[in-house]
Design a protein around this ligand. Structure first.
Ligand code: FES
Length: 163
């Protein structure tokens, strides 16, 4: 293959290598951005990153935890009538944490962190409780703003939403 230099002094091989380098950097950047958007809330309405309707308060029986898949959160309806909206993301390294109703605990499948129905850590390496999302009542529905996760050091009753 010819490796002739053009008048600017850049040979064809170097030019192509530089082009591939630029394309690779752009591709990695796009993939990183897509991953970042997936992992962190954005500003989209109606889905994760925006306001996501959970349902009417009376649909959530006291003492139960319900998944709201589209918002990536759980509604914990506490026995005292309070509600917490908790992000399903483990505060250790970010794995999705399922609720195990039979044990009334969240069990992180990655490294074994355990949380109770208020999101408090009761075992494992998680450094703090599950993050909260703010709840408001709109047209009789609990509406959760998944664009504003609230990190907390511990559970406090003031974090509960009461109708
Ligand atoms: S990511 Fe949940 S315990 Fe490590």
């Amino acid at each position: 293959m010819s490796d002739e230099k053009n008048p600017s002094g850049i040979n064809r091989r170097k030019f192509l290598a530089a082009g591939w380098g630029v394309a690779l950097v752009a591709l990695v950047g796009q993939a990183g951005l897509a991953m970042s958007n997936y992992l962190k809330p954005g500003k989209q309405a109606g889905g994760f990153g925006g306001e996501v309707v959970a349902g009417k308060p009376q649909e959530f029986k006291p003492g139960t935890v319900s998944l709201v898949q589209g918002g990536r959160y759980y509604i914990s309806a506490l026995e005292n009538g309070g509600y917490l909206a908790m992000w399903w993301r483990c505060t250790h390294l970010g794995c999705t944490v399922p609720w195990v109703a039979g044990e009334k605990q969240f069990h992180c499948p990655c490294h074994g962190s355990l949380y109770n129905d208020k999101g408090e850590v009761i075992g494992g390496p998680a450094p703090r409780p599950l993050d909260l999302f703010p709840i408001t009542l709109v047209d009789g529905n609990l509406v959760v703003n998944t664009g504003e996760p609230i990190a907390r050091e511990k559970y406090d009753p003031s974090q509960e939403f009461h109708v």
